[in-house]
Design a protein around this ligand. Structure first.
Ligand code: PMP
Length: 425
């Protein structure tokens, strides 16, 4: 007698409006890339808990690792009593991060916290205060995260004042008329009009904007940022919370740049659904804060460390980086076919399996179609496919299907999406 509507009524009465709800669906159980709701209806999961489930729901290896850890030690607070999985995980993540320099790593619980800590370290190391982030970027819902985030509604509206000394440059986005040269010029404008380069501690950028709409920067743009940071002694931070852990076809998206950032933030899929985030960075910067300046009660929980180690094993055993590339190619091909039948789909893009379509009224790039995007997602859910939208104009449909999903399931999801599109277009 559990049903979605009754639970949603209780949910609405007990929870604040600000906690949004994409679908009026209550999950009951899940496995790999499928979810069943409390009424027994099955869904194909193209949302992956917002980029958290690259290894799928309840991967047996991850479940087993967490159960084993639960029987050994489940909390000490790492700063009080250390435990080996934390140390193992730091070493393995350091080994996978690009850059020919000594690195250190430590753990927090959420993506926003990882971002906050990267900024804290950059400030402590440079003794500078200002931070440059990008329009359309998303870095979390804490006060500093909101400040760095480059989108007012809904993330910042009503929540100010924000921390001082945060500046936004333009993120390159050819589809919306921002060239790489425009983006670089916008940083030079900040130096000219707002803040001297010598006072900027860090530049933080997503290799592919996630919430902002799945726009990727090119290796040459990353190289230009690297050179600019080197010129001015600025710390270069890659926020890989959404792109990291194999989503883009490499473990980290910044591996594709040909230059290394000084610091990397990770969260989401790094532990396959268990709450943990990471900051990995140049040792000379990471050691700037004094003892006690970094950490957190739950930060780097033994259970989440065990899960994250299992995720690393699963990536190797199941060749998930190759799979990320092939799933990406399959999705792009399927979505391009869909685009051929619907002029509203103006762009199909992807880096590895971080794939999206962008919708415009009459196929006109000046008319982003948020309404069609909403209707498409709702119709797909009715037909048993969970999709997520994103984008500064709320007109992007993104796919974050588990990398462990079969081709058959992905094709089934694409077919539902195509039918849903026909029904709403
Ligand atoms: N940075 C990026 C790039 C993200 O995509 C997100 C989450 N969508 C965050 C930071 C914040 O992560 P969390 O919600 O775990 O705080």
């Amino acid at each position: 007698h559990l049903n979605n509507a009754a639970l949603m009524a209780r949910r609405r009465a007990a929870m604040p409006t600000g906690l949004g709800q994409t679908y009026d669906i209550v999950a009951d159980r899940a496995e790999n890339a499928e979810v069943w709701d409390v009424e027994g209806k099955r869904y194909i999961d193209f949302a992956g808990g917002i980029a958290v489930l690259n290894t799928g729901h309840r991967h047996p290896k991850i479940v087993e690792a967490v159960k084993a850890q639960l029987d050994k030690v489940h909390h000490t607070c790492f700063q009080v009593l250390a435990y080996e999985p934390y140390i193992d995980l730091a070493e393995r993540l350091i080994a996978k991060a690009p850059g020919d320099f000594q690195k250190k790593a430590f753990f927090l619980t959420t993506g926003a916290e990882a971002v906050e800590n990267a900024v804290k370290i950059a400030r402590a190391a440079t003794k500078r205060s200002a931070i440059i982030a990008f329009g359309g970027g998303f870095h979390g819902r804490t006060l500093l995260g909101m400040g760095l985030t480059g989108k007012v509604a809904p993330y910042k509206a009503g929540f100010g004042p924000f921390p001082a000394e945060i500046y936004h440059a333009k993120y390159p986005n050819a589809l919306h008329g921002v060239s790489e040269a425009d983006a670089l010029a916008s940083i030079e404008s900040l130096f000219k009009y707002d803040v001297e380069a010598e006072r900027v501690a860090a530049i933080i950028i997503e290799p592919v904007q996630g919430e902002g709409g799945f726009y990727a920067i090119t290796p040459s743009f990353a190289q230009a940022l690297r050179a600019l940071c080197d010129r001015h002694g600025i710390v270069f931070i890659a926020d890989e919370v959404q792109t990291g852990a194999g989503r883009t076809g490499t473990w980290l998206a910044c591996e594709q740049w040909g230059v290394a950032p000084d610091m990397i933030t990770m969260a989401k899929s790094m532990a396959g659904g268990f709450p943990i985030s990471a900051v990995i960075g140049k040792a000379s910067l990471m050691d700037a804060p004094g003892p006690g300046g970094l950490g957190g009660t739950y930060a780097g929980s033994p259970l989440a460390c065990a899960a994250a180690l299992a995720v690393l094993d699963v990536f190797e055993e199941e060749n998930l980086l190759e799979r990320s590339k092939s799933i990406g190619a399959r999705l792009v091909a399927g979505l391009k076919k869909m685009a051929g039948a619907h002029k509203e789909i103006v762009d199909v893009r992807g880096l590895g399996a971080m794939v999206a379509i962008e919708l415009f009224k009459d196929g006109d790039v000046h008319k982003p179609d948020a309404d069609l995007t909403k209707r498409l997602c709702a119709e797909a859910a009715r037909r048993g496919l969970i999709l997520l939208s994103c984008g500064s104009y709320a007109n992007v449909v993104r796919v974050l299907v588990p990398l462990t999903a079969s081709d058959a399931l992905i094709d089934e999801g694409l077919a539902i999406m195509a039918d849903a599109f026909k029904a709403v277009a």
